[in-house]
Write a protein that binds this ligand. Structure first.
Ligand code: PYC
Length: 318
């Protein structure tokens, strides 16, 4: 369906919402604008240029919230793929999204659109594979992940000396090593401010593409290896341990020789929910890893969003 501005018109978009380890995903399953053909990366550019109002209307208030990650199903260019997906949020688009991919696969399963217990999905950051496990969890083999800078030191006003690594896990992350932070749900506002200050400083000092900041603390549960707090691009924080952030973490651990291929890593998020992970080297150069991230998603709603051309907030509250 085309997205029109005709007066007196109501357009409808059908969505399925889920959460993965607490972090919500809203999948557009019907009524989305036609983005034409080409790779998912090309379709994302068309989405951004011509239909940004749809992104805003679907995920922003009053139909959504700043926490929501949107996912639009689209045609994959790669013929081996079962589906294509474009991820977006309240401020823009995401190359890949780990918790979101788990939510998308759970949604495709619910819709009966998977022909077996494994599938290939084309994202703007590359093709990822997913597998439905017997216990209801879903494992995602993410895009190749790697670190580009180790022990980057910056002076942040109000914090002081901050040291961290910069790594790609499908999105760009600054993984803070020091100073240590007290990660507790009761402190999320302070953590958002703290991570936000770090990001602002990084962005203005030569790293404009780093839009996620990841803080770490000791695990709170037996069997976990670490807890994180992830600031997302739009100032909201990830309720899950963040699939792409955990992939970036695994890339750092692998390069430092602190985690071996096939060795299990359990990453807790700020809610205490966890992703179980392993990795393999992408090739013999051992410069990039393929992370496997496992988590569970639950469907929370099936809805028809209505966009009335007379509604002043048809395109969300900006
Ligand atoms: O799970 O990769 C992720 C993610 C990115 C932003 C929110 N969640």
């Amino acid at each position: 369906m085309a997205w029109t501005n005709s007066v007196g018109m109501i357009q409808r978009i059908h969505t399925i919402d889920s959460h993965t380890a607490g972090e919500p995903t809203r999948v557009i399953v019907d009524g989305a604008p036609d983005l034409g053909t080409g790779s998912v990366a090309d379709q994302l550019v068309r989405f951004r240029e011509s239909f940004d109002a749809v992104r805003c209307g679907v995920v922003r208030e009053p139909r959504g919230s700043d926490v929501l990650v949107g996912a639009m199903l689209c045609k994959p260019a790669d013929p081996s793929c079962d589906a294509g997906v474009i991820f977006f949020n309240n401020v823009g688009f995401l190359g890949m999204c780990g918790h979101g991919l788990i939510g998308v696969v759970q949604t495709l399963k619910e819709l009966g659109r998977l022909s077996s217990d494994s599938c290939l999905i084309e994202t703007a950051a590359g093709v990822v594979s997913a597998k439905l496990n017997d216990d209801g969890s879903i494992s995602v083999d993410n895009v190749a992940s790697y670190r580009i800078a180790k022990d980057v030191e910056i002076q942040v006003q109000g914090i002081g000396n901050v040291v961290g690594d910069i790594a790609w896990g499908g999105n760009w992350f600054f993984l803070v090593k020091t100073p240590a932070c007290d990660l507790h749900l009761s402190r999320v506002r302070q953590l958002q401010d703290h991570a936000g200050n770090i990001r602002s400083h990084l962005n203005s000092s030569g790293f404009p593409d780093v839009d996620h900041v990841e803080l770490f603390g000791p695990p709170t549960k037996a069997g976990s290896h670490s807890q994180n707090f992830v600031l997302c691009p739009g100032l909201e924080y990830d309720r899950s341990p963040c699939g792409t952030g955990t992939s970036a973490k695994l890339a750092c651990l692998a390069e430092d020789g602190k985690l071996m291929p096939g060795e299990r890593w359990v990453q807790e998020g700020i809610l205490g929910t966890a992703f179980e992970c392993t990795y393999r080297w992408m090739d013999e150069t051992k410069s990039r890893i393929i992370p496997t991230i496992s988590g569970t998603a639950f469907i929370t709603s099936e809805s028809t969003l209505r966009f009335d051309s007379d509604d002043p907030f048809r395109e969300g509250i900006r």
